[in-house]
Design a protein around this ligand. Structure first.
Ligand code: SF4
Ligand code: SF4
Length: 81
């Protein structure tokens, strides 16, 4: 059974570059066209279920705007990738 995860995007830092969207192996990221960050960009968000908490998006993000969470036997904790 695949791991279950999810992410949080810090909209203060996200600049809408789409790198995380291009690199997500599960294709569960998109830009939220209904929202704007304080700097005026459309922020990335989790558009659907299926995130495994793999951490690729957090690694690729040039602004370190993504925090990944992953379920584990010990419970839910921020993933350290
Ligand atoms: S943690 Fe992995 S599966 Fe989840 S959104 Fe990021 S790249 Fe996609
Ligand atoms: S890679 Fe980072 S800055 Fe670029 S869209 Fe994704 S969360 Fe925003």
């Amino acid at each position: 059974m695949p791991l279950k995860g999810w992410i949080e995007v810090n909209e203060v830092y996200c600049k809408g570059c789409e790198l995380c969207i291009q690199e997500c192996p599960q294709d569960v990221l998109a830009l939220n066209m209904d929202a704007l960050t304080p700097k005026g960009y459309h922020p990335a968000y989790l558009k659907s279920e299926g995130c495994t908490g793999c951490g690729v998006c957090a690694i690729i993000c040039p602004e370190a705007a993504i925090t990944v969470y992953r379920e584990s036997k010990e419970g839910v904790a921020p993933a350290t990738t």
